[in-house]
Design a protein around this ligand. Structure first.
Ligand code: AMP
Length: 114
C-alpha cells in the first residue's frame, strides 16, 4: 500500500525506532507512548484490520505474538506483566489501518480498558 505509513516503515522508507525485525515482522517504539514501555508489532505485509485476516495468516499472527514476547523479555517487562492490544476499526480507536499489536508495560494496567 503506497500511502500506508506502516508499509513505508516495512519497506525502510521511514525509519522508526526498531526493537525487532525479521523477514515478516517489524516491531518499533510507539511515537506517542502510553506506558513506560510501548512498542508496536506489525506484519510487513499490509493487512488493514483484524477483520481482513484469513486462515492462511494463522502462522503470521503467531509470529507477531512471539516477537512481542521476545521484545517484552528484552525490555524487562515480561515477568512484571504487560498488555497486548490490537484495536479494530473506529469504535476500538484504530487510527492506522495496518494491523499492529500494541505492547504496553512498565506500569500497572487498569481493567476494563477505557
Ligand atoms: P491505533 O490507534 O490502535 O491504530 O494505534 C496507532 C498507533 O501508532 C498509535 O499509538 C500511534 O502513536 C502510533 N504511530 C503512528 N504513527 C507512528 C510513527 N510514525 N511512529 C511510531 N508510532 C506511530
Amino acid at each position: 500500500m503506497a500511502d500506508c505509513i506502516f508499509c513505508k516503515m516495512a519497506r525502510g522508507e521511514i525509519q522508526p525506532d526498531i526493537v525487532y525485525e525479521d523477514d515478516e515482522v517489524l516491531a518499533f517504539r510507539d511515537m506517542n507512548p502510553q506506558a513506560p514501555t510501548h512498542f508496536l508489532v506489525i506484519p510487513r505485509r499490509h493487512i488493514a484490520t483484524t477483520n481482513d485476516l484469513e486462515a492462511g495468516d494463522t502462522e503470521l499472527v503467531g509470529k507477531l505474538y512471539l516477537a512481542a514476547r521476545q521484545v517484552a523479555t528484552a525490555e524487562g517487562i515480561a515477568e512484571r506483566g504487560y498488555r497486548m492490544v490490537m484495536n479494530c476499526n473506529p469504535e476500538a480507536g484504530q487510527s492506522v489501518y495496518h494491523i499492529h499489536l500494541h505492547v504496553l508495560g512498565g506500569r500497572p494496567m487498569n481493567w476494563p480498558p477505557g
